[in-house]
Design a protein around this ligand. Structure first.
Ligand code: M6R
Length: 612
């Protein structure tokens, strides 16, 4: 996610550029690829931006720092358009009178851009944000606030936006929808930020802007109105966290923060990919035809760790919905096993960071052998994205904790959409079924929020079983894939020995390890294999294991056979992995808390594995 800082003051000795750069530096920990500021200098807007680190921007303006007491700044995490000076924020209109910074995604930007180009606007970047500046220029009627309101009426999507205009010195306007934005209150100066750390050095007193609200901010006043233009009275939110806690949004660890960010991460990943009428999937990035797709007789999904586990779910989706043969491989194995790859192969690399060396090498090797390559990654213009013929981005925002959480759920969502897209092209699913699945998919973000709303029972289990040395996870089909991810999360952050098994495999060896009191987490959400899973649960119960069942809300059977049940909201069983993994992530997190491990930086592990 990108970062925003805005400042408006009156004292000439306090330069806006200093406040902006210092604020942006406090957001550096989240990762970004470029940065920029705009300052109102002698009644003109001066924009300075630079790809790369903030230090590069500082160096650029060092000799000639902008003079002015109001401005806006931004650190960018690319979504639309690769990292570059041109694509960095702030963005201006044609005249240079209006400037804007933006977090989020403008979903209808392509349509707006076409209209604005027809009206004579010239675009300088590939971003969705630039349309906002041009649209403001187009609708401007002399009243800055009313014109911004008109812009907000026309854009669709999610945003935190801050506007400045040389025609209206002494004011900043900001607005938000589904992206955080706060207004920091000072004496004779005010601040705007996407995150508390950016301004905590100046003030602890903030207004938290709500969805649909717009604020006009001057050095001495803040006027907030709702969508209808009616004044909104806000309570001041006093930040009691220290700077370190503020970086984590008040959560104790990045892992927990990122688990809780999943509804938004999934919503962002879905955005722009569901047709307006909600009946099918659009993949603007691919533009494949049926003939193009049918040339592939085989798909390889290759990845490491959590991304590999997402790939297992991806295989299930593509085979089930689009009826194409899929093999999933661990990248470090694939690259050395002389795989059968030719021009009829589609190679899909999955990687949060886009930098994992084994995955990158496997992709290069497949390309050399003639495969067409597709990357599913979270980082725009990462090495894997650059190497691939096609790219689909998960829009999860930066993931800082070593344990991958929101990357996994968004990768699954992307695989689900890809499989539906392929199914539509190939005609392997009736359109009513596609529409039904898309409908269910749209409910998923709210269902993740529901799953996250009651963590107390999970905390209790974690306390109860956090000191066990071994934990087993079992499931069949999609439940087995999620079990693998649950076990990886637990070992990674709590250092508890955890193993996942296809439930039907237990009796082929592992059952020997099931003894009295051993915790077994049993996922039983897949209807076609439900009875079979139940028999496996009875097998472990018969050995006096303690069984925690994970079930769908409509299941009334499982609780009769297990010691505890955790339920997730009811949805199509294909989508349940996106929900069932959430309690497993939380269980791992709270088990780690119980054991006092270094949750965000587990021993021996790195976030990005760029060595073999
Ligand atoms: O950046 P990538 O998705 O390519 O990373 C792959 C694995 O290193 C990563 O998923 C790792 O397994 C995580 N730490 C698991 O939480």
């Amino acid at each position: 996610m990108c970062g925003i800082v805005g400042y408006i003051g009156k004292q000439k000795s306090k330069r806006a550029s200093e406040v902006l750069l210092e604020g942006l530096s406090k957001l550096e920990y989240r990762g970004y690829d470029s940065a920029g500021i705009a300052v109102l200098e002698n009644d003109k807007i001066r924009v300075e931006k630079s790809v790369g680190r903030l230090a590069a921007l500082r160096e650029k303006i060092e000799e000639n720092e902008p003079v002015g007491t109001q401005g806006i700044g931004h650190t960018r995490w690319a979504t639309h358009g690769r990292p570059s000076d041109r694509n960095s924020h702030p963005h201006t209109d044609c005249s240079g009178d209006f400037v804007v910074v933006h977090n989020g995604i403008i979903e209808n930007y392509l349509t707006l851009k076409e209209e604005l180009i027809e009206q004579g606007h010239e675009f300088k970047s590939e971003t969705d944000t630039e349309v906002v500046a041009h649209l403001l220029e187009e609708v401007y009627n002399g009243d800055f606030t009313a014109s911004v309101r008109e812009v907000l009426r026309r854009i669709e999507g999610s945003y935190a936006l801050v506007f400045m205009s040389s025609k209206h010195p002494g004011m900043l306007i900001c607005a938000k929808q589904d992206n955080p934005l706060i207004i920091g209150l000072g004496e004779g100066e005010n601040f705007i930020a996407s995150d508390i750390p950016a301004i905590i050095a100046h003030t602890r007193r903030n207004y938290i802007l709500g969805d649909g609200e717009l604020a006009v901010v001057t050095a001495d006043s803040v006027a907030i109105t709702n969508r209808a233009g009616e004044p909104v009275q806000k309570k001041v939110f006093e930040v009691s966290w220290n700077a370190e806690a503020a970086e984590k949004g008040g959560y104790e660890h990045f892992m927990l923060k990122e688990i809780h960010e999943q509804p938004k991460a999934v919503r962002d990943t879905l955005s722009q990919r569901i047709a307006k009428d909600g009946t099918c999937i659009r993949m603007e990035e691919l533009k494949w035809s049926r003939e193009y797709l049918e040339q592939f007789t085989k798909i390889y999904i290759v990845a490491c760790g959590t991304a590999y586990h997402a790939g297992l779910v991806g295989k299930y989706y593509i085979e089930k919905l689009a009826r194409v043969n899929v093999e999933v491989d661990v990248a470090s194995e694939f690259r050395y096993r002389d795989p059968i790859v030719d021009k009829h192969t589609l190679f899909i690399a999955v990687s949060q960071s886009g930098e994992t060396s084994d995955t990158l090498a496997a992709m290069k090797e497949s390309k050399r052998l003639g495969a067409t390559t597709l990357a599913l990654t979270n980082v725009v213009a990462s090495s894997i994205a650059r190497e691939a013929d096609n790219v689909l981005y998960t829009w999860a925002g930066p993931e800082i904790a070593v344990a991958s959480t929101k990357a996994y759920t968004t990768q699954i969502v992307l695989f689900f959409m890809l499989a539906l897209y392929m199914a539509e092209l190939k005609g392997t699913l009736p359109s009513e079924r596609v529409a039904e699945l898309v409908r269910e998919l749209k409910n998923v973000p709210a269902q993740i929020s529901e799953t996250l709303s009651d963590v107390e029972p999970i905390k209790t289990f974690a306390k109860q079983y956090g000191f066990n040395e071994d934990v087993f996870y079992i499931g069949r089909g999609l439940d087995y894939s999620v079990s693998l991810e649950g076990a990886l999360k637990l070992k990674e952050v709590s250092y508890i020995h955890a193993e996942a098994y296809a439930a039907g495999e237990l009796k082929h060896g592992t059952l020997a390890l099931i003894t009295e009191g051993i915790p077994v987490i049993a996922l039983a959400t897949q209807k076609t294999v439900y009875e079979k899973t139940l028999s496996n649960i009875k097998e472990v119960k018969a050995r006096d294991a303690v069984v925690i069942g994970i079930a769908s809300a409509d299941d009334e059977e499982l609780e009769k056979y297990v010691d505890h049940v955790m339920k997730v909201p009811e949805t199509d069983e294909l989508l349940l992995p996106i929900l069932t993994v959430v309690p497993l992530q939380l269980l791992a997190y709270y088990a780690a808390i119980t054991r006092g491990t270094d949750v965000d930086k587990p021993r021996n592990l790195a976030k990005s594995v760029t060595v073999e």
